[in-house]
Design a protein around this ligand. Structure first.
Ligand code: PGA
Length: 252
């Protein structure tokens, strides 16, 4: 049985006080929740302030990125050890904004290094995959997603993948208000699970959690999360308000 996992990606939003307030609000609102696993992923700068708010709660902390190297001359970057030290349990890797913003342009090979670096320290990656609108329209969704999985998870073993959550996020649905239909999402989730079965084994396929991300809101969460292969959600915009994020969790 896969425990539902909802993660909030706050992206580059909020201020220090806004971030700690939002975290405190969620802690209060979700105090009784033990059925759904919840994580929030603020900007690097707000991690320690948010960690303090989460200290005695069931909500986990995550980061939005890491740099795959040991300490040293990497101006502006944070590595997996630093994130663990700041209280992180999760790290979002391969988010479409990092893959597709032209100045960032992250490759699957670079994401693979990040995955390995997270796993080596015990940090749990949320690996994002998903197709562009033109790729979907050209009928290439499965090919694109499988290529991202194959290359981002190169050399990862069946034991190591236990730490990984996969997030299917169609790029055309992120921050656009245009959500994939439950059928569209379920179809890709099913193909990701089949890929896991093929690349690893039955146990990995049956236990790996696959989140859906892209304009998830309280109003569409129940139907999406009701699909057999959708085990949770990676939430952007709707994670920036206590009511909407808690609403998604209540509907999960
Ligand atoms: P969204 O973002 O919920 O605002 O579409 C999802 C994400 O980028 O993870």
């Amino acid at each position: 049985m896969r425990k539902t996992f909802i993660a909030g990606n706050w992206k580059m939003n909020l201020t220090q006080s806004g971030a700690t307030e939002l975290a405190a609000g969620l802690v209060a609102k979700l105090a009784d929740n033990t059925t759904v696993e919840v994580a929030i992923c603020p900007s690097f700068g707000f991690l320690s302030g948010v960690a303090e708010q989460l200290a005695s709660s069931h909500i986990s902390l995550g980061a939005q990125n890491l740099y795959p190297a040991e300490c040293g001359a990497y101006t502006g970057e944070l590595n997996a050890e630093m994130l663990l030290d700041l209280g992180c349990e999760y790290v979002i890797l391969g988010h479409s904004e990092r893959r597709h913003l032209p100045e960032l342009d992250e490759s699957n090979e670079f994401i693979n290094l990040k995955i390995k670096s997270a796993i080596a320290t015990g940090l749990k990656p949320i690996l994002c995959v998903g197709e562009l609108l033109e790729e979907r329209e050209a009928g290439r969704t499965t090919t694109v997603v499988e290529q991202q999985l194959t290359n981002s998870l190169a050399d990862i073993t069946a034991e190591q993948i236990e730490l990984i959550t996969i997030a299917y996020e169609p790029v055309w649905a992120i921050g656009t208000g245009k959500v994939a239909t439950p059928e569209q999402a379920e179809e890709v989730h099913g193909s990701i699970r089949a890929w896991l079965r093929d690349r690893f084994n039955d146990l990995v396929a049956d236990t790996t959690r696959i989140q859906y991300g892209g304009s998830v809101k309280p109003e569409n969460a129940r139907e999406l999360l009701g699909q057999p292969n959708i085990d949770g959600a990676l939430v952007g915009g709707a994670a920036l308000s206590t009511d909407s994020f808690a609403g998604i969790i209540e509907n999960a």
